[in-house]
Design a protein around this ligand. Sequence first.
Ligand code: ADP
Ligand code: ZN
Ligand code: ZN
Length: 756
Amino acid sequence: MSEPVPQEFVDVALPVPLRRTFTYRVPEGDSALPLGCRVAVPFHGRKLAGVVIGRREEPPEGVKRVFRVAGRLEAEPVFPAELLAFLEEAARYYLHPIGEVLRAAAPALPTGAFKRLREEGFLAEGEALPGRRIATRRELFVRAVPEAPEARLGSKQTKVLELVRQAEEIALAALRAEVGSSARGVVRRLEERGFVTTDERDVFVDPFFREPIERDTPPELRPAQGLAVDRMVTSLDDGGAFLLHGVTGSGKTEVYLRVIEAAAKRGRGALLLVPEIALTPQLVARFRARFGDAIAVLHSGLTEREREDHWRALRNGQLRLAVGARSALFAPVPDLGVIVVDEEHDPSFKQEEGFRYHARDMALLRAHRAGALCILGSATPSVESFRRAEGGQLHLLSLPERATSHELPKVEVIDLRRQRAAGTDHPLLTGPLKRAIRDCLDAGDQAILFLNRRGYSPSVRCGDCGAIVECPACSVALTEHRSAAELRCHYCDFRRGFPERCPTCDSTNLDALGLGTEQLEAVLAETFAPAVVARLDRDTASGKGAEQILDRLRRREVDLLVGTQMVTKGHDLPGVTLVGVLLADQSLAFPDFRAGERTFQLLAQVAGRAGRGDRKGRVLFQTFQPQHSAIAAAATHDYEAFYAVEKAEREELAYPPFGRMIAVRVDAGDETRAKDTAESLAHIARAHPAVHEGVLLVQGPAPAPIARLRGRYRFRFLVRGPRVVLRQVARAVAAQIDKGVSPARASVDVDPSSML
Ligand code: ADP
Ligand code: ZN
Ligand code: ZN
């Protein structure tokens, strides 16, 4: 047997914008440095935290001077092997610097890691870092004793006992909220006298865990659900990728729950990705009701320490189920058995800055590598996913009917061209819509009104010269927000007061134009008083806003909900029987080849919010283009019809998924510099022989649809063609960028989503 060759060198990924790694010598006395471990290394006179991603016997050829790793920053690797290998492949696929990818994926380093290193040298293997538990606090729970004796009680004691008897169990905090700080003393006396029992437990401080939740009883599966579950559970041991195409309300969530449960029984972990975690407290509640509180809910409200706690709990197997938005894709779920991507069509799964990855595509990759199942679920699958199902890369499973008693709601299309002529007091609040809202309110039901524009009026125009008031830093119109008495840029958040004079001609004749959600809310409140109107959009949803609005809706404290695309998400609100879409063709005008797809998805999804309880639903689409295929298909809940038209168009033009695409984006403070840089990069793309053969298409460079953003000028070009040649071009462009494009900034966006 030959002696193993000592591997004296390691490759370290550093958080620098360079598509390469750096070689270092292993630290003195710690030659067993494992892959995935964070280390401190000297880099241009500084110390940087990097991740060990390779080992080698010799430094790479041509490298003369090799520094030594200063030491470990943590005892155990932060990345398990499965996750590290996946992230490396993702970085390669998107041509993004691996160091930046790893930094984005991992939690912040434990506080004091560098200091500790300086004082004590590296941490020994197995030595625990100061560990902490998931953020919890002790809470006292009170239960009533069933057949307690009759006795005379004080008024406060009577009140508390009543509250306790109403609930199966109540937290002391809830009693305090009702009767004040004396609640603790009152409970103690009631316990002494045998009326109640108490029990102290840890509760999670996290908002998703604030209220205790009762375990549910799984419903009997519908036949289509049963088939889907069986098919997927059978594949649990070999992996496989599925598209679960189920109409809105068909019970997809129940399918996820069963498959995840089956995985858990085999001791395997699961990951559930959702578009916006703040909008899905109900989904989390359903998972808690089924699995209890051993769930890592990864959301943007977590502090760095909480994020680190969750990471550690998953890493050491204490938690095996993680739920979160896009970035939860990187959670170190142990022994991954299944990844579910709910509402897989949602654009929020694409990260649009820095490491521009698509969480749905990467979920397929990670699951495949880990031998796990991947389930993509949607009522309106992306064209990409449906195409994959046609091609056999995804197994298609369908839930064609609602799980509850009702059919999909009937959709009436209202032609705004005719209504305009008829003339109403508000151009977008037509007679038919008004009558429908009135009927809905009279029946004691709730309605959702969807308008994809926030603010009061989307723009302000000069009545004399016609100029639109724009953001000084971006080439976009400022939106009027009336209650805040200001104009705002929705791209950079610039704010100013309502101008007194036109910035171009000094006229005082300025008009606010168009309708936003803030105005619609006011119009509805006035028209339908005393109905209670609430609004759900970026302006009202921050912090706990979204959760509170949805809670009020569920408790029937709100009659009419106005909102942007946030109202189209998977909410299950049984009291909603009417959905009105104010302007169905709004998103069709987008300069984006996916505008039709996006419109269909928004409309079909929002329509799916109606009639999910025991009462029949009704939907109204107001539009100037009733004949448009995306609108007509959404109105008949006909995914296949939408897909057939969309597929034919994309195939003809070789748009994704029938051809691949990359976008190269350049921005700079100086317009000429941005343009020249884009030109020089496009030149590299055009030099590829496939361009002359007509296989590869270079479009642009041209100013981006939003030509200026935050004071920087933006140019971009698109390259389309078959995968292999496209990758060659992408690599050549990336290599040129690495040679130094600064001070202009340039990026390669592989499989771009946003065309802005
Ligand atoms: P989707 O995710 O497909 O929109 P949900 O999972 O939210 O649908 O299910 C819609 C409603 O139907 C929910 O209220 C859910 O509790 C209920 N449901 C799901 N499956 C069943 C079933 N097999 N039997 C009865 N009700 C069900
Ligand atoms: Zn003017
Ligand atoms: Zn701006």
